[in-house]
Write a protein that binds this ligand. Structure first.
Ligand SMILES: [Zn+2]
Length: 404
């Protein structure tokens, strides 16, 4: 007993110093000379790739297993990674720089492979996926995301004579919604909604050139931001010290100490990573803003392809609160996509409200072709592109600002 608790204490002490005494996770190895955890130059970029791919939410675990095989990504025993090993990688906060031991988080001294932001994104996707898998039938692409606007129950689907129909499960009790909508009808409405964020090729190029220009201008203006973050770090260190004093002197309970401590360490990490990215680049808004522009531009292609899975992906990325009522599909735009979609009405479509389209029993193929032509013409649809992209940019600038 006594010995065991001594060992535990030893481990904790090491952890507090930021040292990892156990076997380093894949992507790192334990340097036996320095006793430090160092990057495995052959593997760490593969770990990063796995995180990046998974975060796009376009790759399932079995697909990642295949990709890992193609990358020649092997485990310590030289075997291919299997689903469980990929899960272990995606679940391990070690990769963004902290160490988890017995449910507690410690600040590490090892080099991070990914950002905390990427790690968080991956956890989000994992949650979403675990919710959507395990359902009986995965063929209904729009199921699991849409709710009945009358009773709040989930919208489900059935197949009838080769067509998929969506309707309220009415599992929450009384509901008068007894209409069924064809999958094509739902997709049609989604396509119409998506057209509101569409950016054509010409506008896309204009926007990207504008963003590049802003980036160049701002790259040199980061000094004061860095200073602000460094002050923030000092403040947290002060808080950590006071917290420890409080704990030692018995003013702060153990449980409170641990939660607060973890909270502060997490904050510290966020700041450190902001600092890291600022050190290289003061323009953290650039990539996400560019991504929005590219996503919005891809909408036309997605609709023309009639790829429902991609409909779902882009709609989930850009919107929230998906509901169905009387066969009408609607949702709200998420920031910053709302800046692109705002007040873009298409008079040639009979819309009841900006985000709702009345589907008059659409028959699939022909309808989609004519729809795509109408919704995604080559001419520039909106002249105020500049103020819209500027709003998106400001949104991400605020997100990446130096303030805590
Ligand atoms: Zn209902």
């Amino acid at each position: 007993m006594h010995k065991k608790s001594n060992i535990k204490r030893g481990i904790r002490q090491k952890l507090r110093r930021g040292e990892w005494s156990a076997l380093a996770p894949i992507g790192y190895f334990n340097d036996s000379k320095t006793r430090k955890v160092v990057l495995d130059s052959k593997k760490y970029h593969k770990v990063k790739k796995i995180f990046e791919l998974y975060a796009t939410s376009n790759y399932s675990l079995p697909v990642l297993v295949e990709i890992a095989k193609k990358m020649n990504f092997k485990n310590r025993s030289g075997k291919n990674l299997w689903i469980h090993s990929i899960e272990q990688i995606l679940d391990n906060p070690f990769y963004y720089g902290v160490m988890r031991w017995k449910g507690e988080i410690y600040e590490g001294t090892h080099p991070p492979i990914i950002s905390k932001k990427l790690y968080d994104k991956v956890q989000e996707v994992r949650k979403q996926r675990s919710r959507s898998t395990g359902k009986k039938n995965k063929n209904f692409v729009f199921r699991g995301n849409i709710y009945c606007d009358e009773c709040g129950a989930m919208i489900t689907a059935d197949t009838h004579k080769g067509h998929n129909y969506y309707h309220c499960t009415r599992r929450k009790g009384k509901c008068s919604q007894n209409k069924y909508i064809r999958e094509e009808g739902l997709a049609y409405q989604m396509a119409v909604a998506l057209s509101k964020i569409w950016i054509n090729d010409t506008t896309k190029s204009k926007m990207l050139r504008y963003l590049e220009k802003c980036k160049k201008k701002e790259a040199g203006e980061s000094a004061s931001a860095i200073q602000g973050l460094e002050t923030g770090l000092k403040t947290i260190d002060g808080k950590l010290n006071r917290l420890l004093d409080g704990y030692i002197s018995g003013i702060v309970e153990q449980e409170e100490y641990q939660t607060k401590r973890q909270d502060l360490i997490n904050k510290k990490f966020e700041i450190k990573q902001k600092l890291d990215s600022l050190a290289q680049d003061s323009t953290g808004w650039f990539e996400p803003t560019k991504e929005v522009v590219i996503d919005c531009n891809s909408v036309g292609e997605i609709v023309k392809e009639k790829n429902y899975q991609r409909f779902v992906e882009i709609v989930q990325k850009a919107g929230a609160n998906f509901v169905l009522k009387d066969k009408l599909f609607s949702f709200s735009w998420k920031e910053p996509f709302n800046f692109i979609s705002k007040n873009r009405n298409f008079t040639f479509l009979s819309t009841k409200s900006p985000d709702v389209f009345n589907p008059l029993s659409p028959s699939s193929k022909k309808l989609f072709q004519s729809l795509a032509q109408k919704l995604f013409p080559e001419t520039d649809l909106f002249q105020d592109w500049w103020s819209r992209v500027e709003k998106v940019r400001t949104y991400y600038k605020d997100n990446f600002s130096a303030q805590q």
